[in-house]
Design a protein around this ligand. Structure first.
Ligand code: KG4
Ligand code: ZN
Length: 328
Protein backbone atom coordinates (compact mmCIF):
# COMPACT_ATOMS: atom_id res chain seq x y z
CA UNK A 1 0.00 0.00 0.00
CA UNK A 2 0.99 3.62 -0.60
CA UNK A 3 0.87 6.26 2.14
CA UNK A 4 0.66 9.74 0.61
CA UNK A 5 1.05 13.18 2.14
CA UNK A 6 0.12 16.61 0.75
CA UNK A 7 0.93 19.90 2.52
CA UNK A 8 1.66 22.34 -0.33
CA UNK A 9 -0.80 25.05 0.74
CA UNK A 10 -3.42 25.27 3.50
CA UNK A 11 -4.80 21.71 3.53
CA UNK A 12 -3.08 19.09 5.68
CA UNK A 13 -3.75 15.80 3.85
CA UNK A 14 -2.88 12.12 4.06
CA UNK A 15 -4.25 9.07 2.25
CA UNK A 16 -3.71 5.35 1.89
CA UNK A 17 -3.98 3.76 -1.55
CA UNK A 18 -4.00 0.25 -2.89
CA UNK A 19 -0.82 -0.82 -4.71
CA UNK A 20 -1.04 0.60 -8.23
CA UNK A 21 -2.64 3.78 -6.91
CA UNK A 22 -6.01 3.41 -8.62
CA UNK A 23 -8.10 3.13 -5.45
CA UNK A 24 -7.96 5.23 -2.29
CA UNK A 25 -8.67 3.32 0.93
CA UNK A 26 -8.76 6.61 2.87
CA UNK A 27 -8.43 10.30 2.06
CA UNK A 28 -8.18 12.67 5.03
CA UNK A 29 -8.18 16.45 4.50
CA UNK A 30 -7.85 18.96 7.30
CA UNK A 31 -8.48 22.47 5.94
CA UNK A 32 -6.73 25.07 8.07
CA UNK A 33 -9.06 27.72 9.46
CA UNK A 34 -6.23 29.82 10.95
CA UNK A 35 -6.07 31.97 7.80
CA UNK A 36 -9.66 33.21 7.82
CA UNK A 37 -8.92 36.24 9.98
CA UNK A 38 -6.20 37.36 7.55
CA UNK A 39 -8.31 37.06 4.39
CA UNK A 40 -5.72 34.85 2.69
CA UNK A 41 -3.20 32.07 3.32
CA UNK A 42 -0.26 33.20 5.50
CA UNK A 43 2.71 30.94 4.63
CA UNK A 44 4.29 30.75 8.09
CA UNK A 45 0.92 30.15 9.74
CA UNK A 46 0.33 27.34 7.24
CA UNK A 47 3.69 25.66 8.03
CA UNK A 48 3.05 25.73 11.76
CA UNK A 49 -0.50 24.44 11.41
CA UNK A 50 0.74 21.56 9.20
CA UNK A 51 3.30 20.72 11.88
CA UNK A 52 0.61 20.57 14.56
CA UNK A 53 -1.86 18.56 12.50
CA UNK A 54 0.06 16.23 10.23
CA UNK A 55 0.72 13.36 12.65
CA UNK A 56 -2.96 13.19 13.57
CA UNK A 57 -4.03 13.34 9.92
CA UNK A 58 -1.64 10.49 8.99
CA UNK A 59 -2.92 8.40 11.92
CA UNK A 60 -6.50 8.98 10.80
CA UNK A 61 -5.66 8.05 7.19
CA UNK A 62 -4.19 4.74 8.41
CA UNK A 63 -7.12 4.08 10.75
CA UNK A 64 -9.75 4.92 8.08
CA UNK A 65 -8.02 2.50 5.69
CA UNK A 66 -7.85 -0.19 8.40
CA UNK A 67 -4.10 -0.27 7.79
CA UNK A 68 -1.05 -0.48 10.04
CA UNK A 69 2.13 1.42 9.34
CA UNK A 70 4.03 -1.82 8.66
CA UNK A 71 1.68 -2.61 5.76
CA UNK A 72 2.87 0.54 3.96
CA UNK A 73 5.30 -0.24 1.14
CA UNK A 74 6.18 3.28 0.01
CA UNK A 75 5.59 6.89 1.04
CA UNK A 76 4.57 9.50 -1.54
CA UNK A 77 4.74 13.22 -0.86
CA UNK A 78 4.19 16.52 -2.68
CA UNK A 79 7.59 18.19 -3.18
CA UNK A 80 6.66 21.06 -5.54
CA UNK A 81 5.21 23.56 -6.36
CA UNK A 82 3.79 25.24 -3.27
CA UNK A 83 4.62 27.21 -0.14
CA UNK A 84 8.17 26.17 0.69
CA UNK A 85 7.74 25.96 4.48
CA UNK A 86 4.48 24.05 4.10
CA UNK A 87 6.05 21.59 1.63
CA UNK A 88 9.03 21.02 3.94
CA UNK A 89 6.75 19.93 6.80
CA UNK A 90 5.20 17.20 4.63
CA UNK A 91 8.51 16.16 3.11
CA UNK A 92 10.27 15.90 6.49
CA UNK A 93 7.48 13.80 7.89
CA UNK A 94 7.46 11.55 4.79
CA UNK A 95 11.24 11.13 5.00
CA UNK A 96 10.96 10.16 8.68
CA UNK A 97 8.20 7.62 8.04
CA UNK A 98 10.04 6.07 5.08
CA UNK A 99 13.55 6.13 6.59
CA UNK A 100 12.50 4.41 9.82
CA UNK A 101 11.17 1.48 7.77
CA UNK A 102 13.74 1.56 4.96
CA UNK A 103 10.94 2.26 2.46
CA UNK A 104 11.27 4.06 -0.87
CA UNK A 105 10.03 7.66 -1.10
CA UNK A 106 8.14 8.99 -4.12
CA UNK A 107 8.46 12.75 -4.71
CA UNK A 108 5.31 14.00 -6.47
CA UNK A 109 4.64 17.21 -8.40
CA UNK A 110 1.41 18.77 -7.08
CA UNK A 111 0.08 19.52 -10.59
CA UNK A 112 0.70 15.94 -11.74
CA UNK A 113 -1.20 14.99 -8.59
CA UNK A 114 -4.21 17.09 -9.61
CA UNK A 115 -4.29 15.39 -13.01
CA UNK A 116 -3.90 11.93 -11.44
CA UNK A 117 -7.19 12.48 -9.55
CA UNK A 118 -8.75 11.46 -12.86
CA UNK A 119 -7.28 7.93 -12.49
CA UNK A 120 -9.15 7.55 -9.20
CA UNK A 121 -12.39 8.80 -10.75
CA UNK A 122 -12.07 6.53 -13.80
CA UNK A 123 -9.95 3.45 -13.22
CA UNK A 124 -10.01 2.58 -16.92
CA UNK A 125 -8.52 5.93 -17.98
CA UNK A 126 -5.15 5.78 -19.73
CA UNK A 127 -3.14 8.44 -21.57
CA UNK A 128 -3.23 10.09 -24.05
CA UNK A 129 -5.64 12.81 -22.95
CA UNK A 130 -5.78 16.56 -22.56
CA UNK A 131 -6.15 17.90 -19.01
CA UNK A 132 -7.29 21.25 -17.67
CA UNK A 133 -6.30 22.22 -14.13
CA UNK A 134 -8.47 25.11 -12.94
CA UNK A 135 -8.13 26.05 -9.29
CA UNK A 136 -7.64 29.10 -7.11
CA UNK A 137 -3.90 28.99 -7.76
CA UNK A 138 -3.50 27.43 -11.20
CA UNK A 139 -5.09 27.47 -14.63
CA UNK A 140 -3.20 25.36 -17.14
CA UNK A 141 -3.74 22.96 -20.03
CA UNK A 142 -1.61 19.85 -20.50
CA UNK A 143 -1.20 17.15 -23.07
CA UNK A 144 -0.78 13.94 -21.06
CA UNK A 145 0.93 10.96 -22.71
CA UNK A 146 2.66 7.84 -21.44
CA UNK A 147 5.86 9.93 -21.26
CA UNK A 148 4.48 12.63 -18.96
CA UNK A 149 2.73 16.01 -19.11
CA UNK A 150 3.45 18.79 -21.64
CA UNK A 151 2.26 22.29 -20.79
CA UNK A 152 0.13 23.59 -23.68
CA UNK A 153 -1.02 26.88 -22.19
CA UNK A 154 -1.63 28.66 -18.92
CA UNK A 155 -3.04 31.84 -17.47
CA UNK A 156 -1.09 35.02 -18.12
CA UNK A 157 -2.52 36.66 -14.98
CA UNK A 158 -5.14 35.36 -12.52
CA UNK A 159 -6.16 31.73 -12.13
CA UNK A 160 -9.80 31.00 -13.05
CA UNK A 161 -10.77 30.40 -9.41
CA UNK A 162 -8.97 33.56 -8.38
CA UNK A 163 -10.93 35.53 -11.00
CA UNK A 164 -14.19 34.08 -9.62
CA UNK A 165 -13.11 34.87 -6.05
CA UNK A 166 -12.19 38.46 -6.94
CA UNK A 167 -15.38 38.94 -8.98
CA UNK A 168 -17.45 37.64 -6.08
CA UNK A 169 -15.75 40.09 -3.73
CA UNK A 170 -16.54 42.99 -6.09
CA UNK A 171 -20.17 41.86 -6.21
CA UNK A 172 -20.33 41.73 -2.41
CA UNK A 173 -20.70 37.92 -2.41
CA UNK A 174 -19.01 35.46 -0.07
CA UNK A 175 -15.90 33.29 -0.27
CA UNK A 176 -15.16 30.99 -2.03
CA UNK A 177 -16.33 33.03 -4.98
CA UNK A 178 -17.03 30.20 -7.45
CA UNK A 179 -20.01 28.67 -5.62
CA UNK A 180 -21.19 32.14 -4.46
CA UNK A 181 -21.30 33.46 -8.04
CA UNK A 182 -23.08 30.31 -9.29
CA UNK A 183 -25.73 30.73 -6.61
CA UNK A 184 -26.25 34.43 -7.36
CA UNK A 185 -26.36 33.68 -11.10
CA UNK A 186 -29.19 31.16 -10.84
CA UNK A 187 -31.97 33.34 -12.32
CA UNK A 188 -29.68 35.62 -14.24
CA UNK A 189 -29.41 36.23 -17.97
CA UNK A 190 -25.77 35.62 -18.94
CA UNK A 191 -26.13 37.68 -22.12
CA UNK A 192 -27.60 40.86 -20.53
CA UNK A 193 -24.09 42.23 -19.98
CA UNK A 194 -21.31 41.56 -22.46
CA UNK A 195 -18.27 40.30 -20.58
CA UNK A 196 -15.06 39.78 -22.55
CA UNK A 197 -13.42 36.42 -23.22
CA UNK A 198 -9.70 37.08 -23.70
CA UNK A 199 -7.32 35.69 -26.35
CA UNK A 200 -10.32 34.48 -28.28
CA UNK A 201 -8.87 34.63 -31.76
CA UNK A 202 -5.35 33.63 -30.87
CA UNK A 203 -4.14 30.19 -31.86
CA UNK A 204 -2.29 29.82 -28.54
CA UNK A 205 -3.88 28.02 -25.61
CA UNK A 206 -3.24 30.60 -22.89
CA UNK A 207 -5.85 32.23 -20.64
CA UNK A 208 -6.27 35.74 -19.27
CA UNK A 209 -8.87 36.96 -16.79
CA UNK A 210 -7.67 40.48 -15.98
CA UNK A 211 -9.85 42.13 -18.67
CA UNK A 212 -12.89 40.33 -17.30
CA UNK A 213 -12.26 41.73 -13.82
CA UNK A 214 -11.78 45.26 -15.18
CA UNK A 215 -14.97 44.93 -17.20
CA UNK A 216 -16.93 44.03 -14.05
CA UNK A 217 -15.36 46.94 -12.20
CA UNK A 218 -16.52 49.43 -14.84
CA UNK A 219 -20.00 47.92 -15.03
CA UNK A 220 -20.34 48.26 -11.26
CA UNK A 221 -19.10 51.87 -11.34
CA UNK A 222 -21.90 52.76 -13.76
CA UNK A 223 -24.62 51.42 -11.44
CA UNK A 224 -25.91 52.77 -8.12
CA UNK A 225 -26.35 50.51 -5.09
CA UNK A 226 -30.00 49.62 -5.80
CA UNK A 227 -29.26 48.86 -9.43
CA UNK A 228 -26.36 46.58 -8.47
CA UNK A 229 -28.75 44.66 -6.22
CA UNK A 230 -31.37 44.34 -8.99
CA UNK A 231 -28.82 43.44 -11.64
CA UNK A 232 -26.81 41.06 -9.43
CA UNK A 233 -28.12 37.80 -10.99
CA UNK A 234 -27.36 39.05 -14.51
CA UNK A 235 -23.92 40.38 -13.60
CA UNK A 236 -23.04 37.13 -11.81
CA UNK A 237 -24.39 35.01 -14.69
CA UNK A 238 -22.47 37.02 -17.29
CA UNK A 239 -19.24 36.90 -15.30
CA UNK A 240 -19.51 33.16 -14.62
CA UNK A 241 -20.36 32.39 -18.21
CA UNK A 242 -17.29 34.33 -19.45
CA UNK A 243 -15.05 32.18 -17.22
CA UNK A 244 -16.80 28.97 -18.33
CA UNK A 245 -16.54 30.04 -21.98
CA UNK A 246 -12.79 30.78 -21.70
CA UNK A 247 -12.05 27.43 -20.03
CA UNK A 248 -14.19 25.27 -22.29
CA UNK A 249 -13.16 27.04 -25.51
CA UNK A 250 -9.43 26.47 -24.87
CA UNK A 251 -9.89 22.93 -23.60
CA UNK A 252 -11.93 21.96 -26.66
CA UNK A 253 -9.45 23.68 -28.96
CA UNK A 254 -6.60 21.71 -27.35
CA UNK A 255 -8.59 18.49 -27.75
CA UNK A 256 -8.97 19.20 -31.44
CA UNK A 257 -5.31 20.19 -31.96
CA UNK A 258 -4.03 17.10 -30.15
CA UNK A 259 -6.73 14.78 -31.41
CA UNK A 260 -7.38 13.76 -27.80
CA UNK A 261 -9.65 10.75 -27.21
CA UNK A 262 -10.35 11.94 -23.65
CA UNK A 263 -10.55 15.19 -21.65
CA UNK A 264 -9.90 15.62 -17.94
CA UNK A 265 -10.92 18.62 -15.81
CA UNK A 266 -9.58 18.96 -12.25
CA UNK A 267 -9.08 21.66 -9.60
CA UNK A 268 -11.70 23.45 -7.49
CA UNK A 269 -13.35 25.13 -10.50
CA UNK A 270 -14.15 21.68 -11.97
CA UNK A 271 -16.99 21.64 -9.42
CA UNK A 272 -18.73 24.34 -11.47
CA UNK A 273 -22.06 22.97 -12.72
CA UNK A 274 -22.31 25.06 -15.88
CA UNK A 275 -18.72 24.18 -16.90
CA UNK A 276 -19.54 20.50 -16.43
CA UNK A 277 -22.81 20.78 -18.40
CA UNK A 278 -21.19 22.66 -21.25
CA UNK A 279 -18.35 20.13 -21.55
CA UNK A 280 -20.64 17.12 -21.19
CA UNK A 281 -22.76 18.44 -24.05
CA UNK A 282 -19.78 19.15 -26.31
CA UNK A 283 -18.00 15.87 -25.55
CA UNK A 284 -21.13 13.87 -26.21
CA UNK A 285 -21.38 15.46 -29.64
CA UNK A 286 -17.71 14.78 -30.38
CA UNK A 287 -17.69 11.24 -28.98
CA UNK A 288 -14.87 12.26 -26.63
CA UNK A 289 -14.59 10.77 -23.16
CA UNK A 290 -14.87 13.37 -20.36
CA UNK A 291 -13.55 12.73 -16.85
CA UNK A 292 -14.38 15.26 -14.13
CA UNK A 293 -13.60 13.79 -10.70
CA UNK A 294 -15.94 14.48 -7.76
CA UNK A 295 -15.22 17.72 -5.85
CA UNK A 296 -13.36 15.97 -2.98
CA UNK A 297 -10.80 14.66 -5.49
CA UNK A 298 -10.65 17.97 -7.42
CA UNK A 299 -9.63 20.16 -4.50
CA UNK A 300 -6.29 19.59 -2.75
CA UNK A 301 -6.06 16.08 -1.27
CA UNK A 302 -3.48 13.34 -0.73
CA UNK A 303 -5.29 10.56 -2.63
CA UNK A 304 -4.38 12.31 -5.90
CA UNK A 305 -0.71 12.42 -4.77
CA UNK A 306 -0.80 8.66 -4.15
CA UNK A 307 -2.39 8.16 -7.56
CA UNK A 308 0.38 10.18 -9.25
CA UNK A 309 3.00 8.23 -7.29
CA UNK A 310 2.07 5.09 -9.20
CA UNK A 311 3.65 6.57 -12.35
CA UNK A 312 6.48 8.55 -10.69
CA UNK A 313 9.96 7.04 -10.16
CA UNK A 314 10.70 6.21 -6.52
CA UNK A 315 13.86 7.30 -4.70
CA UNK A 316 15.32 4.35 -2.81
CA UNK A 317 16.30 4.25 0.86
CA UNK A 318 18.36 6.15 2.02
CA UNK A 319 19.05 8.38 -1.03
CA UNK A 320 16.10 10.70 -0.34
CA UNK A 321 17.49 12.17 2.86
CA UNK A 322 19.11 15.01 0.90
CA UNK A 323 16.06 15.48 -1.34
CA UNK A 324 14.59 18.99 -1.15
CA UNK A 325 11.23 20.66 -1.77
CA UNK A 326 10.85 23.51 -4.31
CA UNK A 327 8.38 26.38 -4.33
CA UNK A 328 8.04 26.47 -8.13
O1 KG4 B 1 -8.42 23.54 -6.02
P1 KG4 B 1 -8.98 24.47 -5.01
O2 KG4 B 1 -9.90 23.92 -3.97
O3 KG4 B 1 -7.88 25.18 -4.18
C1 KG4 B 1 -6.80 25.90 -4.52
O4 KG4 B 1 -6.76 26.59 -5.54
O5 KG4 B 1 -5.89 25.84 -3.67
O6 KG4 B 1 -9.72 25.62 -5.81
C2 KG4 B 1 -10.38 26.65 -5.14
C3 KG4 B 1 -11.07 27.50 -6.18
C4 KG4 B 1 -11.65 28.78 -5.58
O7 KG4 B 1 -11.18 29.86 -6.33
C5 KG4 B 1 -13.15 28.59 -5.72
O8 KG4 B 1 -13.83 29.80 -5.96
C6 KG4 B 1 -13.26 27.64 -6.89
O9 KG4 B 1 -12.15 26.79 -6.78
N1 KG4 B 1 -14.50 26.87 -6.85
C7 KG4 B 1 -15.45 26.94 -7.79
C8 KG4 B 1 -16.51 26.10 -7.35
N2 KG4 B 1 -16.14 25.52 -6.18
C9 KG4 B 1 -14.89 26.01 -5.89
N3 KG4 B 1 -15.52 27.66 -8.90
C10 KG4 B 1 -16.61 27.54 -9.64
N4 KG4 B 1 -17.68 26.78 -9.31
C11 KG4 B 1 -17.68 26.04 -8.18
N5 KG4 B 1 -18.73 25.28 -7.87
ZN1 ZN C 1 -3.90 22.33 -5.76
Amino acid sequence: MILSIETSCDDTCAAVLEPGGRRALSNVVHTQTEHERYGGVVPEVASRAHLERLDGVVEKALADAGAELDQIECVAVTVRPGLIGALLVGLSSAKGLAFARKLPLIPVNHLEGHVAAAYLADRELEPPFVALIASGGHTALYSVTGDGMDLLGQTLDDAAGEALDKGARMLGLGFPGGPAISKAARDGDPSRYGFPVALKEKSNLDFSFSGLKTSLLYKLKALDEDEVWEELPHLAAGYESAVVEALSRKLLRAAELYDAPALVVVGGVAANASLRQRLERECEGLGTKLVVPPPELCTDNAAMIGAAAATTPAVLYPDYLSFNAQSV
